[in-house]
Design a protein around this ligand. Sequence first.
Ligand SMILES: [Ca+2]
Length: 144
Amino acid sequence: MRRFVASTIVFTLSACIAVPLGASHGEPTPPAGTPELTFTTTYNGEDRLEWTRPDDAFRFDLVRGDLTLLIQTQGDFTQATTVCLADDTFQTEFEDADEPSVGEAFWYVVRGGNSDGDGTYDSLSASQVGSRDAEINAPTFACP
Ligand SMILES: [Ca+2]
């Protein structure tokens, strides 16, 4: 009986914490920000991706694509997206063991998510033309 009561209390607290400040209860508020992604090579030669955690995001989707395909298709992320590397991970880093072929390159993008939905793969920079989201979400192997 005591365990049941404790579970109920924990659930109630979690539900309240998930609602961002200033948001009305019942209105879905997926992350408005976008993680900032950085790429480094570790001391043992691993390719490490790290990203920032926007205040309103606690899970992340990381996708990889083929840069040559992206250029050849004039920016078609549907054709150039090749793999979902991490789906709903709580981590803010990933080590990619795969290497592109000689003369090729990978591109990576990450989006945040919360209990209300997914954020955006867009950079939110004025220099970006159009949105990446619909094209990156289209392939069957895209991050759900
Ligand atoms: Ca996901």
